[in-house]
Design a protein around this ligand. Structure first.
Ligand SMILES: Nc1nc2c(ncn2[C@@H]2O[C@H](COP(=O)(O)OP(=O)(O)O)[C@@H](O)[C@H]2O)c(=O)[nH]1
Ligand SMILES: [Mg+2]
Length: 220
């Protein structure tokens, strides 16, 4: 998609009311510093739409970016940042959960993990929770430019195994620096939005998870 217009429309803090949007949403989750904001910038072809930072733990809000007045990117707070209190970490977890549970427009959650590292316990808990809720995840392995080509398939297999992904679960490598994988991520979003794909992916009544299932992320 060619992004002609991109704006930060809503910023929600821990106690803010979440917007009730009518346009489709794609959410980006993952630990602090994994590259969420950089990926949003690469996908939108903007240098600094989402603020990137070498200091982890800076984004403590849920940011809604409206693109082409047609869809939203939702930048979720990074989890697993050690230098904040347990209480704050737990609040972020509840905030992410509240968004994921209440959004009526969420079409897919991108869970970002660093291609160089084994997913953390929080990554594993987040992925399992997304799958249990019947939401549509896609795992993005970021910072592809930081490893040798010969390492790529080994690292992707490690991530798949570690998160307990099956062969049909989506895992895509990308680099916000070289833009490798960016077109493929747009391709996935476009097919997610296509009416046929959307109808096929609608969970049936029995696939709907129990409302009381809790997300176990961000309790470290
Ligand atoms: N080499 C490389 N660095 C990246 C990439 N994506 C993000 N970074 C760097 O990783 C750091 C954290 O990125 P940021 O997008 O702020 O992560 P966030 O906390 O998940 O939003 C920054 O220094 C980025 O420049 C990538 O694909 N390649
Ligand atoms: Mg960020």
């Amino acid at each position: 998609m060619n992004v002609n217009k991109a704006e930060l429309q809503t910023v929600c803090g821990i106690t803010s009311k979440l917007p009730v949007n009518v346009l489709p949403e794609f959410a980006f989750a993952g630990r602090s510093n994994v590259g969420k904001s950089s990926l949003i910038n690469a996908l939108t072809g903007r240098r600094a739409l989402a603020r990137t930072s070498s200091q982890p733990g800076k984004t403590q809000t849920i940011n809604f970016y409206l693109l082409n007045e047609a869809l939203y990117f939702v930048d979720l707070p990074g989890y697993g940042y050690a230098k904040v209190t347990k209480e704050l970490v737990a609040k972020w977890g509840r905030m992410i959960e509240r968004y994921l549970v209440t959004s009526k427009q969420l079409r897919r959650i991108f869970l970002l993990v660093d291609i160089r590292h084994e997913p953390s316990d929080n990554d594993k808990a987040m992925y399992a929770w997304i799958v249990d809720r019947g939401l549509q995840p896609a795992v993005i392995a970021t910072k592809l430019d930081k490893i040798n080509r010969s390492q790529i398939s080994k690292q992707l297999a490690m991530i798949r195994r570690s998160l307990g992904m099956s062969a049909d679960d989506i895992l895509m490598p990308c680099s916000a620096l070289t833009k490798q994988g960016i077109a493929e991520i747009w391709g996935l979003m476009e097919s997610t939005l296509a009416p046929k794909a959307a109808a096929e992916e609608e969970p049936t009544a029995d696939e709907q998870p129990a409302a009381e299932e809790q997300m176990a992320v961000v309790t470290d």
